[in-house]
Design a protein around this ligand. Sequence first.
Ligand code: FE2
Ligand code: FE2
Length: 384
Amino acid sequence: MQFERLQTNPKFDRANRMVERIANQIVRRWDDTLGAARLGGRKAPYDDSAFEFEGGSKDQLRRKHYDKSLRLLWKAEEHASWLSFRDCSSAERQLLAMASDNMTEEEKAARERLCLPEYKELLNREYTQREKEAIVSILAAIGHGEAYAWMVSTEVLGLVKSTGARAALTMQVFEEAKHFVVLRELLQAFDVPIRRQSAWEYLLLENVYKAQGLEKLFGMNVVVEGIALSLFGLMSSYPGLEVLRRFHIDESRHTALPGNYFSEFPLSTWQKHNPMARLQRLKLILPALALIPCLEEDLAVLGIDAFEFGGSALRKLAHLSERNGFYLPVSGPQLLNGLNGLFNFYCKASRPEHSFRNFMESESTVGAEELAVEREVFAGLAMP
Ligand SMILES: [Fe+2]
Ligand SMILES: [Fe+2]
């Protein structure tokens, strides 16, 4: 490349550089002073001299979440062709068409690209009206949760340090947005009324949104996503709901995010153990417990014992909670023991045939793929 250099005035060049240097010193020192006095100062947690956000690059976090999210990126047009999404690129559409050309008739039928009327027919063939209502009612809890997950992760994005963590949270914001809009249309296709949030969901999600600082990660990535992971794991094998497998994989990545973040920026001993924080965490979980009997009727329509589901979800939740240093006023095993007693007390009163059992040992996740994903998540900090 050939450039024809223009002449400038050297005196003016020097003067401009000097004026900028002085202005820079004044602006930076002024903001540093205000910052030190906690009166404002620079708002952006950005270190322009290092070309990084405060906290450094932390490429591990970027690789584990941002890169992985893009590798596992899924499109609603491919996995739920009957919805209104047209989010595949032309190359992806071509690939889908080519794959379909090479399939046997049987494979084609299995991967049939349905349109909305055919999808509704499939739902009516597979489910009774009451079953459709039950599925929508259970998934509505998650649908409202996805709206909050979108809002909460947007706030957490502003709280985390480092370029890698911001990249990771940006992908979570993007995925929660996708979860909300896709799940919303999916439920609308069932042609049954979509219920409002129950009082328990309202309390749980509002408390998570209002939680202070990184406690939001406990409320959202441990409690809410722990429940979401369990519900997707339970329902992704149902006919017409296979797309929930994609949600399940995304949520498992989100539940691993606090652990990966804290391995770079650990919580202090005080943050982990402070009695007020422990109590707040327990307070935050309480509405989730009330949600179990609230969903009992709908889960029973689908042949699922709400307390088995609750036990399975709570076991995972207690595990995630302790692993991330979000301690509760009692240890995980003590909590599960106490809750199992409470579950049995309720069942003894409401079920004539009930005999004592350990609900915390049950496993509500069904599909082999989903169980493998969860085995990795709960084995350590490994990613699915
Ligand atoms: Fe989500
Ligand atoms: Fe999520």
